[in-house]
Design a protein around this ligand. Structure first.
Ligand code: MLC
Ligand code: AMP
Length: 505
C-alpha cells in the first residue's frame, strides 16, 4: 500500500544494518534500528487516537527519538508540526490552539505549563527529553517493532511549519508529501548525494533547513549523519575528519573561520559545503575558499517552498548569488507595483512555482490568496534580479523581516508587545548588522509625554512573551520615529542611522 514519503525516505531502508546516525558519544544507530523505534512510536500515536491528517505538535530537543517521531508521523499519516525549542508557553499556546493538535510532545520541564493549554482542547500530552526519556518512549518500549504503514498520496499533508507574518500572527504553512519528496529527490540529484555521504548535522530539526533539506536528503540518498545536538565549534572540528559534507547557516561558516584549528587540511577530504537560510556575505565565501580551497554552495529556500534555487554542483558557484532555479522550479521577477514580469537585470519580487511550493496557510484562505497566485506562483516577499548569466541575486526584502543566525524574526510581533508597555507611546523594531548573527534586533521606543519608562521591566515582559532569539539586543529611547507622508515609519532611515550600533566602524 503506498505512502510515498514514508516508502521513499524511510521504508526503503527497512531491515538494513547500514549506519544512519553517528552520535557524539561514539555510538551509532542503523537504519533498521531507527525504523523499529519509529514503528514503536507509531503504535503509541495510534493508541493515543492519532489518525491520518491529525496534527502532532512537538517541542522537543534534538535527538534520534525526535527524528523517529517525524518518521512515525509519516508512517501513520499524521501531520508533523515541529516547534522551536526556544518558544515560550505563550507562543506555544497559539500554535497548539491554532493547529488543533491532537497530540503534543514536549520536554519534561514544559509539561506542567502545557497541561493547562492542552487539557481544555482535549489533546494528549506526552514527554520526550533530549536523551530519549519521558512518557513517549516509555510506552514505545512496550510496542511491536513493525507497524502497518498507512496509505497516503502525494497531495496529502505531511507537515505544518509555522512562519510569522508582517501582521504579527503566525501562519501554518501546509506542506504535502509531494512537496517534501520532490524537493528531496531534486536536491539529491543536484548536489550528488549518495549512500557514501556522511553529513555533519548541527542544525536544529524544527525548521526546513535541518529537517527537510539536510535530513530528507540523507534519507533519500541512503547516507548517514553525524547527528550533533547543536552547533558547537569544538564538536564540529572534532568530527569533521569523519564527514564528507556539511550544511549550515552563514553563522556556522563565520564561526568556523574564527577558529584557527579550522584548516584546509582538516576538510581536504570534504565533498560539499552548503549554506542557506540567510545571506552569505561574498566576503565569507571568499575567506572560506582561501582557507580551505572549497567554494561554498549557496542555495535559496523558504519554509513555504523548500528549496528554489541553487548554485551549481559542477560549474561556477558565484559568491553573492543563490544560483539557478532547481529542475522543475520556475523563478520569475515581477514589478512590485504593476506585477508585470520583468526582464533579466531588473529588480522586483521573486516569485516561484513548482512541485515544492506549499498548499497554503492553514485556515487562512485570504492570506493564502494574497501570496499564492492562481497560476501557482508564490510571491516570496524577497526582492531580486536575475543576471545575464541566469544567476539569481537576492537584493533585499519587501517584507519587514529580520534574519538572525538563520532564525526569522518579524518586527511586528515584538512591536505589539512593546507598544503595550506602560509609558510607551510607540515603538519600532529593526534589524541591524551583527558580526555573528548577520543581523540582530534593535528596539526603539518613544515615551508618552510626562511618563517614565522602566526598560528593565519591559525587557522582562518581553522575555516572558517571546523566545530568546527574538529579544531586542538593545532598547533605545528616541524622541520620535521618522514617518513618510502616508504616516508610515521609515525603517530604512532607522536602519541606516543605527547600522553601526553593534559593529562599530
Ligand atoms: C541563539 N540565540 C540567538 C540565536 N540563537 N539569538 C539570536 N539569533 C539566533 N539565531 C540566543 C541564545 O538563546 C543565547 O541567549 C544567545 O543568543 C547566544 O547564544 P549562542 O550560544 O551564541 O547561540 P547558539 O546556541 O550557538 O546558536 C546560534 C546558532 C543557532 C546560529 C548556532 O541559532 C542556529 O543553529 N541557527 C540555525 C537556524 C536555522 O536552522 N535556520 C533555518 C530556518 S529554515 P543568551 O540568553 O545566552 O544570551 C529557512 C529556510 C531555508 O530559513 O532557506 O533554509
Ligand atoms: P524561512 O521563512 O525561515 O523559511 O526563511 C526564508 C527566508 O530566508 C527567505 O524568504 C529569504 O529571505 C531568506 N533566505 C533563505 N536562503 C537565503 C539565501 N541563501 N540568501 C539570502 N536569504 C535567504
Amino acid at each position: 500500500m503506498p505512502n510515498p514519503l514514508y516508502d521513499q525516505l524511510f521504508g526503503q531502508h527497512a531491515g538494513k544494518a547500514t549506519p544512519f546516525l553517528y552520535l557524539p558519544d561514539g555510538s551509532q544507530i542503523s537504519h533498521a534500528d531507527f525504523l523499529e523505534k519509529a514503528a514503536q512510536i507509531a503504535h503509541v500515536l495510534t493508541a493515543a487516537g492519532v489518525k491520518a491528517g491529525d496534527r502532532v505538535a512537538a517541542q522537543i530537543e534534538k535527538s534520534p527519538e525526535a527524528l523517529a517521531l517525524y518518521a512515525a508521523c509519516t508512517q501513520t499519516g499524521a501531520v508533523f508540526l515541529p516547534l522551536n525549542v526556544a518558544y515560550t508557553i505563550d507562543e506555544l499556546t497559539y500554535f497548539i490552539e491554532n493547529s488543533e493538535a491532537r497530540l503534543v510532545v514536549c520536554g519534561t520541564s514544559q509539561r506542567e505549563g502545557l497541561l493547562d493549554v492542552v487539557t481544555p482542547l482535549g489533546a494528549r500530552l506526552e514527554t520526550l527529553d533530549a536523551h530519549g526519556g519521558g512518557t513517549l518512549m516509555a510506552q514505545a518500549a512496550r510496542m511491536e517493532t513493525s507497524y502497518p504503514t498507512v496509505d497516503r498520496d502525494a497531495g496529502d499533508l505531511a507537515a505544518f511549519l509555522y512562519t510569522s507574518g508582517t501582521t504579527g500572527r503566525s501562519k501554518g504553512a501546509m506542506l504535502t508529501q509531494g512537496n517534501l519528496l520532490s524537493n528531496a529527490k531534486t536536491l539529491v540529484d543536484a548536489w550528488q548525494f549518495t549512500s557514501e555521504d556522511v553529513l555533519s548535522h548541527a542544525l536544529p530539526i524544527f525548521h526546513t533547513h535541518g529537517l527537510f533539506v539536510a535530513t530528507n536528503i540523507i534519507l533519500a540518498s541512503g547516507g548517514a549523519m553525524i547527528f550533533l545536538p547543536k552547533f558547537d565549534v569544538d564538536q564540529m572540528i572534532t568530527q569533521m575528519p569523519h564527514a564528507t559534507s556539511m550544511m549550515g547557516v552563514p553563522t556556522f561558516y563565520t564561526r568556523l573561520l574564527e577558529d584557527e584549528r579550522f584548516t584546509g587540511d582538516l576538510v581536504c577530504h570534504f565533498r560539499l559545503f552548503v549554506s542557506g537560510s540567510a545571506p552569505l556575505l561574498a566576503e565569507t565565501h571568499k575567506r572560506f575558499e582561501a582557507r580551505t580551497g572549497h567554494r561554498i554552495l549557496e542555495r535559496y529556500g523558504m519554509t513555504e517552498t523548500n528549496m528554489n534555487t541553487s548554485n551549481p554542483y559542477r560549474g561556477e558557484r558565484r559568491a553573492g548569488t543563490v544560483g539557478f532555479p532547481l529542475p522543475g522550479v520556475d523563478v520569475r521577477i515581477t514589478d512590485v507595483e504593476t506585477e508585470k514580469v520583468l526582464p533579466a537585470g531588473e529588480v522586483g519580487h521573486i516569485e516561484v512555482r513548482g512541485p515544492n511550493v506549499f498548499k497554503g496557510y492553514w485556515q487562512m484562505p485570504e492570506k493564502t490568496a494574497a501570496e499564492l497566485r492562481e497560476n501557482g506562483f508564490f510571491i516570496t516577499g524577497d526582492l531580486g534580479r536575475i543576471d545575464e548569466d541566469g544567476y539569481l541575486h537576492i537584493v533585499g526584502r519587501d517584507k519587514d523581516l529580520i534574519i538572525s543566525g538563520g532564525y526569522n524574526i518579524y518586527p511586528k510581533e515584538i512591536e505589539l508587545v512593546l507598544d503595550e508597555q506602560p509609558g510607551v507611546l510607540e515603538s519600532a523594531v529593526i534589524g541591524v548588522p551583527h558580526a555573528d548573527f548577520g543581523e540582530t534586533v534593535l528596539g526603539l521606543l518613544v515615551m508618552e509625554p510626562g511618563c517614565d519608562i522602566d526598560l528593565d521591566a519591559i525587557s522582562e515582559t518581553v522575555s516572558n512573551a517571546l523566545a530568546r532569539f527574538k529579544h531586542p539586543r538593545k532598547l533605545l529611547l528616541v524622541d520620535s520615529l521618522p514617518r513618510n507622508t502616508m504616516g508610515k515609519v521609515q525603517k530604512n532611515l532607522l536602519r541606516d542611522q543605527y547600522k553601526d550600533i553593534f559593529t562599530p566602524v
